[in-house]
Design a protein around this ligand. Structure first.
Ligand code: NAD
Length: 311
């Protein structure tokens, strides 16, 4: 049984980590969050210690190390711009680290963290859960077993409404979240490069506070993509069904069915990491390069091969 500490325990995603730690037969010994609405811990690990001040958390983890009861893993569920600092904390405490996506905001942050991995001989793993989705695994096999020179036409649409709170929270602050292509899109760019190969061209058509769209040419695909958190961008016929999210991947005009299969992908991620098959930080680099480039590109507007729903 491995002992875990978790940073960012009061947030939206933390319960999936608590559940994954529990489901994989491990133990949470300590958790930290400056916000103390963490009653959820009782559903999983009522004996875990909880801290709202980082310094007291640090002292506790250090004490455990000295008492020869060190933690084995630190799970990082904090806001994106704090990940690298929280990862360093884990590595320097001789723990492996499991970090939420995007593991960092810029590609060079990965290089710096890999240096500390080498210094400490500990590993950083990321949650790249779409790579564990059965439909995406099947798609990758289809592409790998298909003709080597085939280039697929792909339309990726992910419209997921968020209320006004989003813009007030860290998620609406580009310096903290990286903006919507980074915060919401990173899953998809990771999945696309995992399936279709390296980037040949990355064009941004639109990038505002609530939507982004562009064209990504990969070794084996030409991808038109559109992401939005504004409900108004969801096609009316879908909104009329009471839905606030619309997710679609079309390949050569055919819909890839992947609406189910999202439950327990965090547990699957933990199972992979604990059995030595997790995704190491180096594997996140292509997607982090893409989101960095999108963030710094000058959008060209709706010209050329743009996504049909983008506006
Ligand atoms: P959230 O805002 O709901 O939770 C973040 C938590 O971190 C909050 O409880 C906040 O109080 C805490 N926090 C803030 N500053 C901190 C600090 N200095 N030290 C420790 N904790 C601090 O956000 P969320 O939606 O839970 O996102 C957390 C992470 O999970 C982000 O990196 C996000 O991108 C990622 N995420 C992943 C998925 C997925 O599907 N894999 C989905 C949503 C979010």
């Amino acid at each position: 049984m491995k002992d875990f500490a978790l940073i960012g325990a009061a947030g939206y995603i933390a319960p999936r980590h608590l559940k994954a730690i529990k489901n994989t037969g491990n133990n949470l010994v300590a958790a930290m969050d400056p916000f103390d609405s963490v009653g959820i811990i009782d559903s999983y690990f009522p004996n875990a210690d909880f801290f709202v001040e980082f310094e007291r958390f640090d002292r506790h983890i250090d004490k455990l190390k000295r008492k020869e009861k060190p933690i084995h893993y630190v799970s990082v569920c904090s806001p994106n711009y704090l990940h690298d600092s929280h990862i360093r904390f884990g590595l320097r405490n001789n723990a492996d680290v499991i970090c939420e996506k995007p593991v960092v905001l810029n590609p060079w942050n990965i290089d710096a963290l890999q240096e500390i991995e080498r210094e400490t001989n500990k590993h950083i793993f990321s949650i790249l859960q779409l790579r564990l989705h059965p439909a995406i695994i099947a798609l990758r096999e289809m592409v790998m077993n298909g003709p080597g020179d085939k280039v697929h036409d792909v339309d990726l649409t992910y419209l997921t409404s968020r209320g006004h709170w989003y813009y007030t929270s860290w998620k609406g602050d580009i310096s903290k979240s990286g903006g919507i292509a980074t915060n919401i899109g990173v899953h998809f760019y990771d999945m696309l490069t995992w399936v279709f190969g390296d980037v040949k061209q990355n064009i941004v058509h639109i990038h505002t506070h609530d939507r982004a769209s562009g064209y990504l040419e990969l070794e084996k695909a030409r991808v038109r993509w559109f992401l939005s958190i504004n409900e108004e961008t969801i096609p009316e016929e879908i909104r009329n069904l009471g839905k606030r999210t619309f997710r679609s991947i079309q390949i050569q005009g055919r819909e890839l069915e992947f609406s189910d299969g999202f439950t327990d992908l965090h547990t699957k991620s933990y199972e992979g990491i604990l059995s030595g098959e997790g995704f190491r930080i180096g594997e996140t680099k292509k997607a982090i390069e893409i989101v960095h480039d999108i963030r710094h590109a000058n959008p060209i507007g709706l010209k050329g091969d743009y996504h049909p729903l983008a506006n």
